[in-house]
Design a protein around this ligand. Structure first.
Ligand SMILES: *Cc1c(COP(=O)(O)O)cnc(C)c1O
Length: 467
């Protein structure tokens, strides 16, 4: 399997190179040249790790021996503390919550990061090479990445987070790592500033090559790929068939998780609706409902992992909508740079609904709180504010036609105790896995939102050369 850039001006690469590259050299994102059709029903009843192996296998294109890859997915999901890995819980007559937070950092990013870190480490060791992982985080990506990459001697990891804008728990999960290869940078700016700095470092090709930069944000294709798996296990658990299609509601920021769902549908998973649920940072809801993509100022909400106004992965959807014509994507991205917005052609709305019915919605802060409290009163279930955004959107759907609805639970409520307490009058129970970080010593460096300062900091600390 080969991968091409959404902007069409970067080399065509295989799986391992795409994994190490992150962002394509032309500023685009890598997508597979073709998508395999999968016989999802044949995977019914298999353990999660086995489904993960089968779903991801065709995308590796034979670059990793089957036995090694099987070991990697088994090890990755052995770090989860639930026998089902991503369990499905019924919370309404035809409503289910898909819990994606049973990994080491209690957020859904672990699902992909635990696989990605092992794959990267394997490839680097095989090549005798070293890499510098850099990433931007609004909270959960950073902690999941640090947890997955800490102590791996083929890499150093530098994570940029917006100073003072992550939750206390999220920050401590990152900054209490003691391993020498972990570096936390607090940027005086927003998540979008952090993401822009990371993109700028990647786009400085001399710097990128010298430091062997590797990206672990959801611009990395492997992140998306690993997330396709739980759409499959959830649909299979509910007995999805072409006449019994399943809907999903996905709380979204960078469009990565929703895009994984879209890939599952493109590969033949019987899906009805895919609800794109944003918080007050509603760029995706506006883009999908008006065909105008226009970033605005980022607002701080109680679901900080979705406080995003530049939804990188939307470019991957645009590429498919543009019938895989990179020149169209380049023209939209050119408008975005020069005019701060772009408008896509109106027939796009029809086209994007051909395989799966998108419904996009923004959920405000009061509705998020109300949703946590209503669900708690009705069922005793405690949802975190990100999950609540998806649940609220599912409840407000105007296009739902009675199909089973799976709502993705992306974080454990204990990661956002203040927001949960506001809604239900008490703090959520704190799982064992979180207790140890809360009292440990923190380590991070505050830097200005300035390219040279960040580039210099990383370059002084990264260990370069071969292993
Ligand atoms: C990252 C994250 C999201 C958003 O996921 P995207 O792939 O960026 O859309 C939602 N909820 C939580 C808890 C997250 O950490």
């Amino acid at each position: 399997m080969k991968y091409v850039s959404t902007r069409g001006e970067a080399p065509v690469l295989g799986f391992e190179d795409v994994m190490l590259a992150g962002l394509a050299r032309d500023g685009g994102l890598y997508v597979p040249q073709t998508l395999p059709n999968m016989d999802f029903e044949s995977l019914q009843g298999l353990p999660y790790a086995d489904v993960a192996f089968e779903v991801m296998h065709p995308f590796i294109g034979g670059e990793i021996p089957d036995a090694d890859f099987r070991q990697i997915v088994n090890d990755a999901y052995a770090t989860f503390d639930h026998a089902a890995t991503c369990p499905l819980l019924q919370v309404g007559a035809n409503d289910w919550v898909l819990e994606l937070f049973h990994g080491p950092t209690l957020a859904f990013k672990d699902v992909a990061m635990q696989v990605l870190s092992r794959l990267m480490d394997r490839t680097l060791k095989k090549r005798g090479a070293r890499a510098t992982v850099i990433g931007a985080t609004s909270g959960d990506t950073g902690s999941a990445a640090i947890e997955a990459f800490k102590g791996r001697d083929s890499l150093d990891i530098f994570i940029l987070h917006p100073h003072g804008r992550t939750s206390d728990v999220q920050r401590k999960q990152m900054t209490t790592a003691i391993e020498g290869n972990v570096h936390n940078i607090a940027i005086e700016g927003t998540f979008d500033d952090c993401q822009a700095l990371v993109k700028a470092l990647f786009n400085d090709h001399a710097y990128r090559d010298r430091l062997q930069l590797a990206g672990v944000n959801s611009i990395n294709w492997v992140r998306i790929l690993a997330q396709v798996v739980y759409y499959v296990t959830a649909a299979n658990a509910l007995g999805a068939t072409d006449s019994n299609r399943i809907s999903f509601s996905v709380p979204t920021g960078n469009f990565g998780d929703v895009f994984a769902g879209n890939i599952a549908a493109l590969m033949g998973l019987p899906m009805a609706q895919l609800i794109v649920a944003t918080n007050s940072n509603d760029i995706l809801a506006r883009a999908l409902n008006t065909s105008v993509y226009e970033p605005r100022q980022t607002l701080a909400t109680q679901s900080p992992s979705m406080d995003i106004q530049v939804a990188s992965n939307f470019e991957r959807l645009l590429y498919w909508i543009a019938h895989c014509r990179p020149e169209q994507v380049r023209s939209w991205m050119g408008d975005l740079t020069s005019k701060g917005r772009f408008t896509f052609d109106p027939t796009i709305v029809t086209r994007r609904n051909e395989l799966v019915q998108f419904e996009a919605m923004a959920i405000d802060e009061a509705t998020t709180t109300l949703t946590i409290s209503e669900l708690y009163k009705a069922t005793g279930y405690v949802a975190d504010p990100h999950t609540a955004v998806g649940i609220a959107a599912a409840r407000r759907s105007t296009q739902r036609q009675g199909q089973p609805m799976v709502m993705l639970a992306t974080a454990h409520p204990a990661k956002f105790p203040e927001a949960v307490e506001r809604a239900i009058g008490r703090k959520p129970d704190r799982p064992e896995r979180l207790a140890h970080v809360l009292d440990a010593k923190e380590r991070y460096t505050v830097l200005p939102n300035d390219f040279s300062a960040v580039a210099e900091f990383i370059s002084q600390r990264a260990r370069l050369g071969s292993i």
